[in-house]
Design a protein around this ligand. Sequence first.
Ligand code: APR
Length: 268
Amino acid sequence: MRLPVADRSAYTCYSETMTKHDPSVDPRDAIEIHPSDRVVVLTGAGISAESGLKTFRDSDGLWAGHRVETVATPEGWEADPELVWQFYSQRRRECRASCPNAAHYALAELEQEIGDRLFLCSQNVDDLHERSGSRNIVHMHGELFKSRCEANCGAPIIEDSNSYNSLAEIPRCACGARMRPHIVWFGEIPLEMTCIQREIDRCSILLVVGTSGAVYPAASFVHWARMRAGTPARTYYVGPEAPLNAVAFSRIILGKAGDKLPGLFRVL
Ligand code: APR
């Protein structure tokens, strides 16, 4: 079942051509999904590349001009919160200006077809999956449009799409500490790991899309899915180049996510 057109038109950037099957998708590449299958999808920066959001390790990538340590670690935050907020404010602006692409919509449509037998785990902090209609999703590295207390005082995480460009603009929590981006920085513990582990333990298909396989624990998910007790999951990777952990996959499907995902699933 495809998303109702009315739902799609809520997203002004939707194009009807987005879910047309790419003739380059070989029917032999189709991933068959049986009624008993449970599917876990892990996405990385590559799935948002065709939406215009740069991936992390591109030579002209997201971190260009900034060392990772200065903008994506607790130490960087301690040293220069103004720079960190300028960096994430720019990410917010870029994300707002972008739109979901055919790959995001393909996953949202799969969720419409198989319901909660699809569990989506994204390393991305953008909201393009939600804007394409995905609902059963966790963001293991946080969310760009949320902020939280730097002191973890217990105050709730807040929705926040503002830009902060100077120290004076950075909002304070009720406890007096600064608000920081709700992003999992290097050296911090990814979110929702118990839930992710449970879903991988019970899935029969793991599909990984657009991630370099360089950052753990996400790079281990394919190993968890194959080495857990019981039948190993079928494991697929979609992206223009093989990831670092390629040997662990049953099949590598080379190509852009936006070309390969529409038409990739055959729901039985
Ligand atoms: N379709 C699919 N994959 C693509 C596309 C595309 N159109 N374009 C690029 N890719 C692939 C690249 O081949 C690469 O393997 O996307 C991957 C992007 O890799 P990274 O930039 O390393 O991004 P990712 O793996 O998501 O990074 C993981 O690292 O920096 C941290 O927390 C950050 O979540 C991030 C994590």
